[in-house]
Design a binder for this molecule. Structure first.
Ligand SMILES: N[C@@H](CCC(=O)N[C@@H](CS)C(=O)NCC(=O)O)C(=O)O
Length: 269
């Protein structure tokens, strides 16, 4: 692992690091915020949305203030492998910047687009080797495509994350053009990576908090109604809040960051 930058931030350190990933076969860059007393701190994984790198949430979500206060480390991974040798697509929602947190099995995507393996194996291995953090206290969150990542990984890896939260998550990608084309191209099986489907099929949801804005310009792509129906149908305990007037932007994410940090803190203790 190589350090690209480290800046003092709310008494802790906001770092940016790069490492060689076996999963993606590329170098991957990630951000990590360490609170003022990092030894033994719990870890929150923050998965970003379409077009984002490790940097968007790190610079725009304002989570570090709350993480410093609660003594939580936050890791900000990239959203896909990158580089000249990595396949891409002209569409902003496909290819580089749009890994959808799954392991591709199809065509030219399969070689590098192994983001599920990266987020659940490669990156934790690197992070827990580099920093003295508490692997028994992990939680996961994300925005939009990253919310889809957080929900599906929490459902696919029971017991790993004590809690899950999401900002404007894509909840039903198999019924959305933010999901169906990409998951079909990557895996051939969108339903296997659809949080609503996984829940209906019996996966257990850890404690869950979701916020979505009523003025979200992408509301129709998110499948919030299908998710709400699945929560009711499976009688899964969860909090789903529709926030009046908020859109899809990082102004929305930043507005509810403190609530999400407090929610995860509750389940770390
Ligand atoms: N570029 C796309 C939308 C992409 C988008 O809104 N991405 C969200 C996540 S889904 C984001 O976080 N963008 C980066 C940012 O706001 O910093 C469009 O204009 O239709």
């Amino acid at each position: 692992m190589k350090t690209l930058s480290e800046n003092r931030c709310f008494g802790g350190i906001q770092g940016v690091y790069t490492h060689a990933s076996d999963a993606t076969g590329t170098d991957m860059t990630f951000g990590a915020f360490l609170p003022p007393k990092p030894s033994g701190a719990p870890v929150l994984w923050y998965l970003s949305g379409l077009t984002c790198t490790h940097e968007n949430a790190m610079t725009k979500a304002g989570l570090q203030a709350w993480a410093a206060q609660s003594g939580t480390a936050i890791v900000f991974p990239d959203t896909s492998p990158r580089g000249a040798e990595v396949p891409d697509d002209d569409a902003y929602d496909m290819g580089q910047g749009a890994g959808f947190y799954v392991d591709a099995t199809q065509g030219s995507w399969a070689q590098h687009f192994q983001m599920e393996h990266y987020i659940t194996a490669d990156l934790p291995e690197t992070v827990f080797a580099a920093f003295d953090l508490d692997a028994t206290r992990q939680a996961i969150t994300g925005h939009s495509m990253g919310g889809h990542g957080a929900l599906t990984l929490a459902l696919k890896y029971p017991g790993r994350y004590r809690s899950v939260s999401a900002f404007a998550p894509i909840c039903a990608p198999a019924a959305s053009d933010w999901g169906t084309p990409q998951l079909t191209a990557y895996t051939g099986d969108p339903g296997a990576h659809d949080a609503t489907r996984l829940l209906i099929d019996g996966a257990i949801l850890p404690p869950c908090l979701i916020d979505t804005g009523t003025s979200d310009q992408f509301f129709d792509k998110l499948g919030t109604d299908a998710w709400a129906a699945a929560l009711a149908r499976t009688r899964s305990a969860a909090t789903l809040r529709l926030q009046a007037g908020y859109d899809h932007s990082y102004f929305f994410v930043a507005s509810f960051g403190a609530d999400h940090m407090a929610f995860h803190q509750e389940h770390f203790t």
